[in-house]
Every structure is written in C-alpha cells, then in structure tokens.
Design a protein around this ligand. Structure first.
Ligand code: RTP
Ligand code: MG
Length: 147
C-alpha cells in the first residue's frame, strides 16, 4: 500500500487548520499511520527542501518552515501520493481551485498551508527524514473495504 508524507506548515498550525486538514484525508478514505507536532531543526529543513537550494526563495522557505511547529503526518492508501497533491491544489494558492486545501485557505505561495510528497521517491525519502520506523503504525481499518 502506498504511503506519503504530508505536513501542515507553520501558517496552517497557527491558523488552527490541523483538524480540518486531518479530517479531509480521513473522510477521503486514507489511513493515518503516523503524526506529530514538531519544530523542524534548520539542518533538517535544508535537507528536506534540498532540491530548491539554488532557488532565490530558499532562505525564506527554510526560515518559514522552521518558524514554528508543523504537524508532520504519514498517510496510507491507494494512490495517496498523487491524490493528496490533487486535494492540496496548486503550489500557488492564487491558482489553486476552490475546494482544494490551498484554494480554500491559502493566499500566497510562501505560506501555502500544507506540504505533500510529489512522487514515490520523494515520499520514501521524506518519510524516513521525519519519522522513525517505530513511530509508524501498521493496522487495518474495518472500513477499508468500503472505500
Ligand atoms: P511543497 O514542496 O511545499 O509541498 O510545495 P510544492 O511541491 O507544491 O512546490 P515546490 O515547487 O516543491 O516548492 C516548495 C515551496 O517553495 C515555496 N515557493 N516559493 N516564492 C516563490 O516563487 C516560491 N516558489 C515556491 C512554496 O511555499 C512551495 O510550497
Ligand atoms: Mg515540493
């Protein structure tokens, strides 16, 4: 079963959006396998966003993501990586469709509420950056056969 790394960014935590965001993925039919509130150390943020280190916004991105607690999560389900990206909406909230998380709650690209892994390789890498194996829960839900 596929897994992805999602996190409510510091703006989403400050704006009390954790519950709504968790609820959307639960209602969709995905399974939460791990979650924690954490303040990301600078080195971990730089590694996580390493693909952007040459971009002009890298410093701002790292300082934003480390500016307060994030809600880090691992979710499991069929096609969860790409479906979660669809539910998040476009990177720039100004272009994100209404009904998506960024479309409903975001205003600008530098504070776009949520992060989600963009591929199976990113998901594997990000899950292992943020979680220890023993923090992830392997379990079946009775409702799984209904979604
Ligand atoms: P994320 O990694 O945070 O889930 O977002 P994403 O895949 O949709 O977008 P990505 O291209 O990976 O960019 C990472 C984050 O960098 C910030 N960004 N700022 N100022 C800018 O032009 C700019 N472009 C990107 C965004 O906060 C984006 O989420
Ligand atoms: Mg990205």
């Amino acid at each position: 079963m596929e897994r992805t790394y999602l996190m409510v960014k510091p703006d989403g935590v400050q704006r009390n959006l954790i519950g709504d965001i968790v609820s959307r993925f639960e209602k969709k039919g995905f399974t939460l396998v791990g979650a924690k509130l954490m303040t990301i150390p600078k080195e971990l943020a730089e590694t996580h966003y390493g693909e952007h280190k040459e971009r002009p916004f890298f410093g701002e991105l790292v300082s934003f993501i480390t500016s307060g607690p994030v809600f880090a999560m691992v979710w499991e389900g069929e096609n969860v990586i790409s479906t979660a990206r669809t539910m998040m909406g476009s990177t720039n909230p100004a272009e994100a469709a209404p009904g998506t998380i960024r479309g409903d709650y975001g205003v600008r690209v530098s504070m776009n509420v949520i992060h989600g892994s963009d591929s199976p390789a990113s998901a594997e890498r990000e899950i292992s950056l943020f979680f220890e194996e023993q923090e992830l829960n392997e379990y079946d839900k009775v409702v799984s056969k209904w979604v």
